[in-house]
Structures are given as C-alpha cells and as structure tokens.
Ligand binder design. Structure first.
Ligand code: ZN
Length: 337
C-alpha cells in the first residue's frame, strides 16, 4: 500500500483499490475530509496507480518503473492534470473549459487521463455548470477526482454525479507518528520541540498535514501575534486597524480558520466543554461566562459569510476588522460608578 504511513487512510484506499480491481471504478470520485488529513496525497497516489501500465492490483501499488511511473515521479505526466483555485480563490470557467477539452482528447502516453479538481468547493456557479457537462457524459478513458474540504458546500448537482469517499481524520497517535516521520526529514536545527508539536496537532485538530504546515511555515508565531492583538483589542488597548494587521500576514483562509476555531471553542466552553486552543482558553472562558451560547453560533455564521464573500477579492484586513468588531460586542459593558 503506497500510503502505508497514513494508517487512517488505509480503509478508504482499500475500498477504492477493490473497485479498481473489480473494474467498477466510478468516472468521478469525490474525496472529502477535513483540511490537512491528506486528501491531496491520496488523490496523487490514486492517480499514479490508475495511470501505471503494470499496477499490482492485489497490493494497490504502482510498478514504479514503467514509462508512466517515470513521468509521474518526474511530475510531468501529460495525462494527469490538476485544476486548483487561482488568485481569485475560485476555480474559473476557463479552467473548467480546459478540463472539458482535456477530458475528451485522446490520452498522450497512458491508457487513460486523470483530471483532478483540487477544491471542488471553490467552483463558482458558472464553473460548476460548465463541469456538469463533463460529469454527465464522461469519456470512457477519463477519471475525475474531486477534492472537497469538510464543511465547505459543493453544489448538489455536482455531488450527485460523483461517488463520495470520505477520508477520516486520524487519532492523535496516528497523527503524531506520521508527523514525527516527516519532521525527521528536516534539518535537526529546524525540528520543533515536543511542546510545539503537541500544540500544532491540537490546533490542527489532529489533521497531520495541517500540523506539519503550522510547524514548518512559522504559522505558530504569527498566530500568537494575531491572538495577542485580538486580546488587546478586546480590552480596548489597540485600535481595530492595529489589531487586524497580523491577520493580513496570515491571509484570508488562515485568518478565517483561526476566528472559526475561537468561535467553536467559545461554543464548546459555553456548553461546558474545553477549548482546543489552550492559549485562548482564559479569554474565551471569560466571554463564555458573560454571553449566551447563541452568540458563539452567531460569530460562526458571520465567519461563514466572510468565507463566501472571499470569492470576491475582499481585503483580509477589512474582513478581520469586521470580525474583531463583532467579537468585541461580547465584552461586558463596564458600568460607571
Ligand atoms: Zn508503472
């Protein structure tokens, strides 16, 4: 099994391998799962298996030495194409038109073609409609692999034409083992300590790819700065413009993700649970004690709104400011006297 180190993906891999072995692989497969559980790695391995000239169907391994495998290893296989959101954060209709052309053309070197749509939840309405044609009348020699992040909606007309395979989130032990293996490949000086590792896994809710990103891209320190400014803004110590600055460094996706995590923690605390983000726990606990739990859900809704607005080129600072102001309304009003 090619993704042996990702033990939590073994069951879904086995299910798809079996479909492949029995020649009943669907034309369109929708892989769903939380951010950072390994959807892309899974899709890449699957594409490599499907394109190999001599796959070992019983074990689910590609041969590794045929012409196809060589091209896959070099990352230059002409019959595998990826369509991902560009700068606008959406998959554009031009990209889907290009996919449609690719899907009906003859494969160049392999027996079939693989088209991946990385973040099918980022198709705008026009792109989704354009994709429908390809999904409705797929050529025999094309497999579409769509990736969707949990909690991000995808049009039902798209979903109903795909076979869905959920990729589960690992437990903490599985996530830690995988993360350790990846970190061992780093320069010893660049390796994070146990505390940082535990923290990254907790913040990523055990999604190991995400935790790795946190540890290798300086996310933790920028996140700390963002939280610090957030806290100071709540206390009235800095202006909203000042508080929004570190969020600009993080970018829209990561900022919204942080705000969503804090709002979810607020809801958890309000319901008598514990916060995932230990550092924010004190402040969130204070807010939870001073607000009804629906305020947390209201914040979550607001974040979802920001996310759908994110399809247009909104300014990160503006969105962060809007959310910060909404949060500040949760602070109890000090009475004079
Ligand atoms: Zn091969």
């Amino acid at each position: 099994m090619p993704i042996e180190s990702m033990a939590w993906l073994n069951a879904p891999w086995e299910r798809i391998r079996q479909m492949f072995a029995e020649n009943r692989l669907p034309h369109a497969l929708l892989l769903t799962g939380e951010q950072g559980v390994g959807k892309r790695i899974f899709a890449d391995e699957l594409a490599a298996l499907l394109i190999c000239d001599r796959p070992d169907i019983a074990s689910g391994n590609r041969c590794g030495s045929c012409k196809q495998c060589e091209l896959v290893s070099a990352g230059t296989h002409p019959d595998i194409r990826r369509y991902a959101p560009e700068k606008s954060r959406m998959i554009k209709i031009d990209q889907i038109r290009s996919l449609a052309g690719f899907a009906v053309a003859s494969p160049q070197v392999a027996a079939r073609k693989i088209a991946m749509i990385d973040r099918a939840d980022q198709l705008n309405i026009n792109s989704a409609n354009a994709l429908l044609k390809t999904l409705e009348e797929p050529a025999d020699d094309v497999v579409l692999i769509l990736l969707q992040e949990s909690g991000r909606p995808i049009l039902p007309t798209i979903r109903s034409r795909c076979q869905t395979q959920n990729l589960p989130t690992p437990n903490m032990e599985q996530a830690r083992i995988w993360l350790d293996q990846k970190l061992d490949e780093l320069d010893p000086d660049a390796r994070p300590d146990q505390n940082q590792k535990a923290r990254a896994l907790r913040l990523a809710a055990n999604a190991p790819r995400l935790a790795l990103e946190y540890l290798t891209e300086d996310f933790l320190s920028v996140r700390d700065e963002a939280f610090d400014q957030f806290r100071r803004f709540m206390k009235g110590q800095v202006s909203v413009g000042e508080a929004a600055k570190p969020f600009k460094t993080l970018g829209l996706e990561a900022s919204l993700w942080l705000f969503e995590g804090w709002a979810a923690d607020l809801a958890r605390l309000g319901a008598g649970g514990v916060a995932r983000d230990e550092q924010a726990s004190d402040m969130l606990d204070f807010l939870a004690k001073n607000n009804p739990v629906w305020r947390a859900h209201e914040l979550i809704d607001l974040i979802h709104e920001s996310r759908s607005a994110g399809v247009y080129n909104v300014s990160v600072e503006l969105e962060a400011s809007r959310l910060l102001i909404a949060w500040q309304k949760l602070m109890p009003v000090k009475r004079a006297g």
